[in-house]
Ligand binder design. Structure first.
Ligand SMILES: *[C@@H]1O[C@H](CO)[C@@H](O)[C@H](O)[C@H]1NC(C)=O
Length: 439
């Protein structure tokens, strides 16, 4: 039942998304800059005290809409509406690229124990925060939305108290801060120096910003860089401090090696808000594939040949190599060779790998004209690499056999022509002797 409801919710919200995007289309815009509303999943929390007396949070998915406009606007859709009023921070400005798989999610944000008034005009001590995250293949944008409830909700972040949000409620909010990345995940080769994108914007000037980059790999965290605008102190390298002033906290990696892999975490702290983006970085290198025979290969019936396919310099380790035999021109299903052997993986100094797949070719005459293909699949390749040769098989020594026969005939003819005159004269003499004897 729950599954069915979620599915129905998904269908409904994707329907809404299409509606919203159609609305955008009719406005004749290619970016989201003129977007008026967007369906969004509100991941609400229900905090309860469980049987053991501990606080337990349950997450509930609710249908919601973000609507861009002004204080006092009425909702465009009958759902929980987060009305985002104009401020210096506008998430629509950062959105670029296609409309594929745009995902919007709103969550409650608690300030993790920091209690202070947001240092912008109009902010109240008892403001409540939400985060709105737009995810897309090319970017992740998190906006912090500040809502001033009519009466203080009170309580600490971990307490049971939450601002009650009813279905069809309209919450007027103002965007206080946005943090985004245009490199939500990075795949890169060895010895490259990619830039991990991380940008932010705040709704007021002279904000107290702390920027940090950390790397998490194999469960261990290490600090790569930190900067605080309050003290003006920085640690580590990779980020331009001048750029931070303009909201650009992008981090440039030193030349990539195997230990560069991991999750890079960009964090921006503007008390009481703390925004982070996790950027997984993985290394990939494509294999170079080669055969030890040319594009055609001839063998004599009875001979054999060790045919080797080499895949070199790839990363990561997982690779799939197979040999198949197919008629030239393709069609009938190719047959995978069964007698294929593999070398063990070789590791190169730069961290890349190599592997060979080989087999002993002992063809029959019926194999002549077939195509033998080595097929290599790897994470770095969209389609497998194929290297082939066409086999031709000849009958053993057939020319030599013809030459031998030819030579024998010549020799026999020679003998014949040499012997014939002798034989004739011999037989004449013989006849004369016979005649003389009779006489
Ligand atoms: C941010 O700064 C980096 C250099 O640190 C630069 O490569 C990048 O283009 C900048 N991004 C923007 C949006 O200005």
């Amino acid at each position: 039942m729950a599954v069915l409801r979620t599915t129905l919710d998904m269908i409904r919200s994707s329907g809404l998304l299409i509606l919203a995007l159609l609305n955008l289309r009719f406005n004749g815009s290619q970016s989201l800059a003129d977007l008026q509303w967007l369906p969004c999943q509100f991941v609400d929390e229900k905090v309860q005290v469980n049987e053991e007396g501990h606080l337990e949070t349950q997450y509930i998915h609710r249908e919601a809409v973000i609507q861009f406009g002004y204080d006092g606007d009425s909702p465009l859709h009958p759902a929980i509406t987060f009305l985002i009023t104009a401020s210096k921070v506008d998430m629509r400005r950062y959105f670029e690229g296609g409309e594929d798989s745009l995902n919007c999610e709103i969550r409650r944000h608690n300030s993790g124990g920091i209690f202070m008034r947001w240092p912008a005009l109009g902010a109240q001590e008892h403001d409540v925060w939400f985060t709105c995250t737009l995810r897309h293949s090319k970017s992740t944008i998190t906006t912090f939305l500040r809502h001033t409830p009519s009466a203080p909700v009170g309580g600490k972040p971990d307490s049971l108290k939450r601002l009650t949000v009813n279905d069809k409620d309209l919450l007027t909010t103002s965007a206080g801060m946005v943090i985004l990345t245009r490199t939500p995940s990075v795949e890169v080769g060895f010895l490259k120096e990619p830039t991990l994108d991380c940008q932010f914007a705040v709704d007021h000037k002279q904000a107290n910003v702390t920027v940090e980059w950390r790397l998490q790999r194999h469960g261990e965290r290490s600090k790569l860089f930190s900067y605080s605008s309050r003290t003006g102190k920085s640690e580590g390298t990779g980020v331009s401090i001048k750029a931070i002033g303009a909201g650009n906290a992008s981090f440039k990696l030193p030349p990539t090696r195997k230990p560069s892999e991991g999750t890079y975490i960009c964090s921006v702290l503007i008390p009481p808000l703390y925004g982070t983006h996790d950027i997984p970085v993985s290394l990939t290198e494509q294999p170079r594939v080669s055969l030890n025979v040319g594009s055609t290969y001839s063998l004599t019936l009875g001979e054999d040949k060790k045919v080797v396919c080499d895949a070199e310099g790839y990363y990561p380790l997982d690779v799939n190599m197979e040999w198949l035999r197919e008629p030239v021109g393709g069609s009938p299903t190719p047959v995978f060779l069964k007698n294929v052997l593999y070398s063990s993986h070789r590791v190169h100094q730069d961290g890349t790998y190599s592997l060979s797949a080989f087999f002993l070719l002992q063809p029959g005459l019926e194999d002549s004209g077939y195509k033998y293909t080595c097929r290599v699949s790897h994470k770095s390749l969209l389609t497998p690499i194929r290297k082939s040769f066409i086999l031709s098989v000849t009958e053993p020594d057939s020319t030599l056999w013809y030459i031998t026969v030819f030579v024998i005939i010549i020799v026999m003819l020679g003998i014949l022509f040499w012997l014939l005159p002798q034989f004739i004269t011999g037989s004449k003499r013989c006849k004369e002797e016979v005649l003389r004897a009779h006489a």
